[in-house]
Design a protein around this ligand. Sequence first.
Ligand code: AMP
Length: 269
Amino acid sequence: MKIISNKSKLIKFTHYEKNIGLVPTMGAIHQGHISLIEKCISQCEKTIVSIFINKPQFNKKSDFQKYPRLLKKDISILKKFKVDYLYLPSVNQIYPNGSNKNIKISSFRKKLCGKFRPGHFEAVVDVIDRFIKIIKPKNIYFGEKDMQQLKIIEHFVNKNHSKTKVIGCKTIRDKNGVALSSRNFLLSIKENQIASKIYKLIYDNKQNLIKKKLSLVSVKRKIFMLGARKIDYVTMLDINKLTKPYKRNNKYKIFVAYYLGSTRLIDNI
Ligand code: AMP
């Protein structure tokens, strides 16, 4: 595995490659990332994984500061999986003239996390746009764990980078149902157990919610009772229409964002 920080060097290595797959990450590599990487390796001739903790997408300085940084461990995991290139760009290489505040993205940004994290999705799309321009990947891989992010990026890439295809990958969970996330490294054992109970509560009640035998308000109350400190949202959406569902429809997902202590977790079930 070649580890590259310099943009020109990366371009020199990848210039003649026709079938590059890119897996963008913020590091603290876990099995969720690995599932994207394995899919990429199986579909592309060269696999590039990037690790870049993108400061502009964080709404709070403290969230950025305490984001897990485990580079040594990440490198040894990525080597094992035979990743071709690990791209570790510096902030200056990505933002030589600062971030793009005027980027146009799908109106889906206004829902769910977008309401609670102003500018977050614009910053995510901005950095992905920059990676695509440098690497020119044939495929770029994202997890359904961050469904809103996946849909917004898919919309943007289809519109602006016709040679790149966005590939969505299933959410990977631990044995207790908790969706894997780098932020889980910040949870205590007790908080991890609460996350598992919240997953089970939603999973077990999904059909009742769809059939309106149970209300989202009562699920919200139960999530608080299980130990969430704050809930940004619990809502049901049709992921194909990206609108509130109506009548009979079997494409529902329950989207949730809540805090355990100071750690914000999201999921869609
Ligand atoms: P992150 O490092 O959190 O920015 O995640 C990098 C990529 O991995 C994003 O496309 C995420 O959606 C994806 N990802 C993170 N956690 C999971 C998971 N549990 N299952 C599948 N994909 C995931």
